[in-house]
Design a protein around this ligand. Structure first.
Ligand SMILES: [Zn+2]
Length: 271
């Protein structure tokens, strides 16, 4: 082994399990951000799908860069546009997702889920979530879940259509009891910028108490800036800072956090 190999082996290896790296906020400097990620040990990034048209552009992006992996799904914020404005039948959307997953390298279904803070009727959000849970189960893929003020309802939906391959509730904000309820169903907890805010006491306590095997790291960039960077673009480069806060909260080394959360991400997404 030469010195370079030894150095790269010693450096923690991180996986950003949720970053919208295809969004236009990164159009100007995507390659610079990626090389800065590599310098900091962030070697893999899972990029979620948000709507059918975007799956195709995302698939092209994934091919161009090493270390990027994609999911395909319909984000609750896009449901209004995808279903109501384009007047698409849910059966057709489901078929489109099945076809896309059959023809492209997709590591998960998502992001999908529920959001009580938007105007889209919850009954429609639930219907679009269900069709995606069905595809995940049919295609043996994990799910990437979005949940805002909907943990109870979402848990109920997952109990109704269990996902054999598990998944993650991303950008988790909630109590230890809620985190345990997801983990009991095989759903991991996505730990992001929220924990860098001291006021997020409940979420910090939850991720401190959960088994490390249940946790994934994420940035949700370009959204969810870390404490001290409010109003700025978030970036996958900052993932090690989330890991450091988690390490401090748990009284573990950042190397331990990096190794186990990367193993968890590899396990759930088959990376
Ligand atoms: Zn997201």
């Amino acid at each position: 082994m030469n010195a370079t190999d030894a150095a790269s082996q010693a450096k923690p290896n991180f996986i950003d399990s949720h970053c919208h790296f295809d969004f236009e906020e990164f159009d100007q400097d995507r390659e610079q951000v990626l090389s800065s990620c590599r310098e900091r040990g962030v070697n893999k990034i899972v990029v979620p799908g948000v709507e059918p048209a975007q799956w195709f552009t995302l698939a092209k992006l994934i091919e161009r860069y090493e270390g990027l992996h994609m999911a395909a799904g319909i984000h609750p914020w896009w449901v209004e546009r995808v279903v109501l404005e384009s007047n698409s039948a849910l059966e057709q959307l489901q078929q489109n997702l099945v076809d896309f997953v059959g023809q492209n390298k997709v590591v998960a279904i998502g992001e999908c889920g529920l959001d009580a803070a938007i105007a889209t009727p919850m009954s429609l959000q639930v219907a679009v979530l269900r069709l995606q849970l069905e595809v995940a189960s049919e295609k043996c893929l994990p799910v990437i879940l979005h949940s805002r003020k909907t943990h109870t309802l979402l848990l109920q939906e997952i109990k109704g259509s269990p996902v054999a391959k598990g998944g993650v509730v991303h950008g988790f904000s909630g109590s230890y009891e809620q985190a345990c309820a997801f983990w009991d169903l095989g759903i991991r907890i996505g730990v992001g910028g929220t924990i860098t805010y001291p006021r997020a006491a409940k979420t910090r306590a939850a991720v401190t108490k959960m088994p490390l095997e249940a946790l994934l790291l994420e940035t949700d960039a370009p959204d969810m800036p870390l404490a001290g960077r409010q109003g700025q673009r978030n970036s996958p480069e900052y993932l090690p800072e989330v890991a450091q806060v988690l390490a401090d909260l748990r009284g573990q080394s950042v190397e331990t956090i990096a190794a186990q959360t990367s193993a968890n991400a590899s396990d759930v997404f088959g990376l």
